[in-house]
Design a binder for this molecule. Sequence first.
Ligand code: GTP
Ligand code: SPV
Ligand code: MN
Length: 591
Amino acid sequence: MTKNKKLTEWITKMARMCQPDDIVWIDGSNKQKEELEREALASGELIQLNQEKLPGCFLHRTAIDDVARTEHLTFICTKKKHDAGPNNNWMSPRAAYNKAKAIFKGAMRGRTMYVIPFSMGPVGSSFSKIGVELTDSRYVVLNMLVMARVGEAVLRQLEKEDGFTKCLHSKAELDINKRLILHFPEDNTIWSVGSGYGGNVLLGKKCLSLRIASFIGRKEHWMAEHMLIMGIEEPNGHIEYIAAAFPSACGKTNLAMLIPPEGLKTKGYRIWTVGDDIAWMRIDTDGSLWAINPETGFFGVAPGTNSNTNPNMVETIRKNTIYTNVLLKPDKTVWWEGADGEAPESGIDWQGRPWKPGALDKDGSLIKAAHANSRFTAPIVNCPTASFRLEQHHGVPISAIIFGGRRTHLTPLIYEAFNWQHGVFVGATMASELTAAQVGKLGQVRRDPMAMLPFCGYNMASYFQFWLEMGKKMAKQPKIFCVNWFNTDESGKFLWPGFGENLRVLEWVLDRCNNRVGAVKTAIGYTPYANDIDMTGLGLPAGILEKLLNIDKTKWLEEVKGIKKFFEQFKKDLPKELWQEYEALSMRLKS
Ligand code: GTP
Ligand code: SPV
Ligand code: MN
């Protein structure tokens, strides 16, 4: 299986603790995958869907209290508390190991321990990192097979290079009171126990590719970010790549594979999807920032996905897809709020109960067919717009970085930072309304710097410092922008149509990157002249675009107070450049 002694020793030690009945190595073969699927069907972990309409597709239901990332049970375990910073939950490594050991002990009795060797990034690329996940969940194995490069080739690579992230997962009793998602960046180790939900258990994803990778990246001078990566092919055939950081469930997947709206299609734009959630970026010898998507699959939000909002995803999830917590229809296909077609007359809801449209719970509120954070796991190669550069070890060069969030007011449709330092300030002060992607109070506005609040594996003040330093190292810095697709009117209706229409805004971004248009200098940054956003064929009522681009100084002065409060928690660690930017913004708003 492997000649890597460190690996075998570690597995033996973990098996001694978890006491599985047997150990199975995942080789990445189709044969083994099909065998696991058969076993998962027999055990009830998976339900087979209609193989004519949805070939290779399955449904999975999690426990009712295990439907989203549990940030309050997620810890960064560094020797010094200060290294985790004020925004992470912290435990000392010793306390954390001990606490988790008590839960892991014997947790795999009567179960199989699967050994999943995986590579984040193309196997053998100098950009990539290897992990090995031990898990007692077939659902985890089958998802990891979609989300990462798994199997023999990784083991061979692991004989050439030594280092790998040690990832241990057990469902244990799926008890929320015995659930812990622990990161030990100093040991390159992740322990996750008591959950079966994606972001908590597919350890290559948020745990390795963001929390551990951000920690490693700072030392090795590269960036691990919660960003989509997309190529925009311009009418002349030239492709520009951009990366965008939006918090969970704020539109990364949708933007990454948008379809140009009618008005712009005739111009000849085309989109190439590189990634929808995570970007690893480093400065290449040409002095620009280059990015790869370390993943090979999408773990996307189901609700709202339909042929109007995201036709490419509808196509992507027709085959070889694992659906989690959606409605099962009588014909063994699936449905969710905001899916294509009318609500079915009946079905089995995400909790496994008979469901009818309009059914009310005890409190009189509508029972959802699918959970608001129900998801699908699908291979990127299924996507009609998958980039032809996905396997290239070099990645793609990034021309622009876009920050964004969900704000019903305040943030305009788009603005551009004055320069890199100001851009870091814009990213650091981002805020967004909470979504169903994490357990918490829906709709509440929270600061989510660079969309990394739940994912930064170290002190956020050092992370800001690192961003400032990276900018100085680049000969060609990407321009930095901020967008907001979610402005609403008095009745709560979105003012901007969003989705494919967002390309109208990206066109301006590219125009700015290539010095093709001017801009209005405002207190918060550069905004577009309304004439420079191509509105052909959109039919937006007069005055709406102007409203979307407007900056309300009174509201921004309120916002600045929130920024100050947020910055103060970092005390003397906050880079002075960010205080300078804060002062400069306050001055501009008051003048
Ligand atoms: P994670 O996978 O949690 O990181 O989320 P994400 O950032 O990839 O978000 P996603 O693209 O899945 O979108 C989340 C929700 O926002 C879905 O319900 C979408 O339908 C909705 N959404 C996405 N883009 C837009 C947009 O431009 N306008 C509006 N109004 N809604 C959008
Ligand atoms: C997110 O919440 O940002 C996701 C889904 O992309 S999860 O993998 O659960 O983190
Ligand atoms: Mn995400």
